[in-house]
Design a protein around this ligand. Structure first.
Ligand SMILES: Nc1ncnc2c1ncn2[C@@H]1O[C@H](COP(=O)(O)OP(=O)(O)OP(=O)(O)O)[C@@H](O)[C@H]1O
Length: 231
């Protein structure tokens, strides 16, 4: 069974069961869009899969290799957290060497989105510039599976388009799980959509189901009346 598989994930905070026997999978060649209301447990799920948050129960495997902790799958799974994770006083050119595989380094250094920032420290970047560089570093890493938590947050429309293009360019050899409240852009690139709802996951076959299950407002029905997405 190749691919990333997360099964039987349970997480309780105090007496609140946030994740209730969750199953989520992702294969290379797939962009899984993970949607859900605020507080539905998306970040908790991604952190548990990556290994930075403990679970009450979990089973995570990559290409049949069990991933019981953060350290077992370090080179296979990378996670973009909601908050910036780059050290403030390191220059971008050094981060490229840390994050990117040897083959990708030259390519990343020459990327017009990164080149103007090579000599800058992370602290000298704007919020959007930082986000963009974080995403580029992870996408060009050797990880096979990328869990991206709100990648579009803080990005301008042009940057969002650039990020979507980069993700789609790497889709053939990597698997992506993307969660973001910018649902039109998620729907635009996702090969399938999973909705988190009341501690469970639902597979969404038609964007109109997002209205039915209370994620999108009824007023958005006209947008999806034709059901035109990649799903
Ligand atoms: N450390 C914690 N202690 C107690 N409750 C927590 C903790 N972390 C998260 N929660 C609760 O768990 C629920 C799920 O949080 P999580 O951040 O996973 O949701 P989310 O779907 O990513 O939300 P958002 O879309 O707002 O980012 C929320 O109700 C949150 O308040």
């Amino acid at each position: 069974m190749s691919g990333l598989h997360a099964d039987s994930i349970r997480k309780q905070y105090g007496d609140r069961q946030v994740l209730n026997d969750i199953f989520l999978s992702c294969k290379t060649g797939e962009i899984v869009g993970l949607l859900g209301r605020n507080g539905s447990g998306k970040s908790s799920l991604l952190k548990i899969i990556f290994g930075t948050l403990s679970a009450d129960n979990k089973f995570v495997s990559v290409d049949q290799r069990l991933m019981p902790s953060l350290f077992s799958g370090r080179d296979l799974i990378k996670y973009l957290p909601q908050d910036s994770f780059l050290p403030a006083h390191i220059k971008i050119k050094y981060l490229i060497s840390c994050f990117c595989g040897k083959a990708a380094r030259g390519l990343v250094m020459a990327d017009p989105l990164i080149q103007p920032h090579l000599e800058k420290q992370v602290a000298q970047l704007s919020g959007g510039e930082k986000r963009l560089i974080e995403i580029l570093l992870l996408v060009h890493s050797e990880a096979k599976y990328l869990l991206l938590d709100e990648p579009f947050n803080g990005l301008s429309p042009l940057q969002i388009t650039a990020v979507k293009t980069i993700i789609q360019k790497h889709e053939a050899v990597k698997g992506f799980v993307i969660t973001d409240h910018d649902y039109p852009n998620v729907l635009d690139i996702a090969s399938r959509i999973v909705l988190m709802d009341q501690g469970n996951t639902r597979v969404i076959k038609d964007p109109r189901e997002l209205i039915q299950f209370g994620y999108l407002p009824k007023s958005s029905l006209h947008i999806y009346a034709g059901g035109e997405t990649n799903l």
